[in-house]
Design a protein around this ligand. Structure first.
Ligand SMILES: [Zn+2]
Length: 246
């Protein structure tokens, strides 16, 4: 299999098969990021098409061909930010790989909770946990300076504690009597302010800390949601038919 830099050189030289190979290699990753950001299958697929269209126009100006995937994810993130609404879209549930009901339920809760975070935080979580980016690669894909990326990576610890508290709150058998007081009047959405409030409580509460360690890591739950199907897969086609059939 040819490496990315070779494919880029060939594609820039006019080899259409090389560009098609780039699309095939990274289509799923680009689609996963677009969907994690937008939570809207139709809009995500449009972002995939826009991303590869832009890539084909700008490929010859790519300075570091071996960093092709980071560059594609940066375009995807930017394209998604152009069409993102103030809140995430309607497709908030992941495909679930597990047959273990309890774990499947937790994955679903984590996935849904992250939909209410800021777009930048959704990008941070997805790029870190599912695409494995860090350092300069993470900064470039997020479109921020390395120092800002380091600050954002530091925020991951709070987001994980916040998500853990969210799971404790949403589970039937929570033991802490104070967590509900922290969340008095809560509408159930995992906004950044709520995430911070929960994280601060969990850090200071022995009972919630114990409950947190008894649960699977929210980040491992997030990462184990299956990649979304590409359009053309049965699940997507059915949904499209449902939408146009009165
Ligand atoms: Zn507590």
């Amino acid at each position: 299999m040819e490496d990315d830099a070779t494919l880029v050189t060939e594609a820039v030289g006019g080899n259409l098969a090389a560009f098609t190979a780039i699309c095939s290699r990274y289509e799923v990753q680009v689609h996963n990021l677009a969907l994690a950001l937008l939570r809207d299958r139709k809009a995500a697929w449009e972002v995939v098409n826009d991303t590869f269209a832009e890539a084909s126009e700008r490929l010859e100006r790519l300075q570091e061909p071996y960093r092709l995937v980071v560059w594609l994810l940066a375009i995807t993130r930017f394209r998604a930010s152009l069409v993102a609404g103030p809140t995430a879209g309607p497709d908030r549930h992941p495909l679930l790989p597990e047959t273990d009901f309890e774990r499947t339920h937790l994955i679903s809760l984590v996935w849904e909770a992250t939909a209410d975070l800021l777009l930048r935080e959704r990008a941070l979580i997805e790029l870190t946990l599912r695409h494995g980016l860090e350092g300069a690669n993470l900064a470039d894909a997020l479109g921020v300076s390395p120092a800002e990326a380091a600050d954002l990576q530091a925020r991951m610890a709070d987001l994980e504690k916040g998500l853990a508290g969210y799971l404790i709150m949403r589970k039937a058998h929570r033991r802490c009597g104070d967590l509900p007081l922290v969340l008095r009047g809560w509408d159930g959405r995992f906004t950044p302010v709520v995430a911070d409030g929960i994280a601060a409580h969990v850090s200071a509460c022995r009972v919630c800390e114990e409950d947190r360690h008894a649960l699977p890591s929210p980040f491992s739950l997030y990462a184990s949601a299956l990649p979304a199907p590409l359009p053309g897969d049965d699940a997507f086609e059915r949904r499209e038919v449902d939408q146009v059939t009165p």
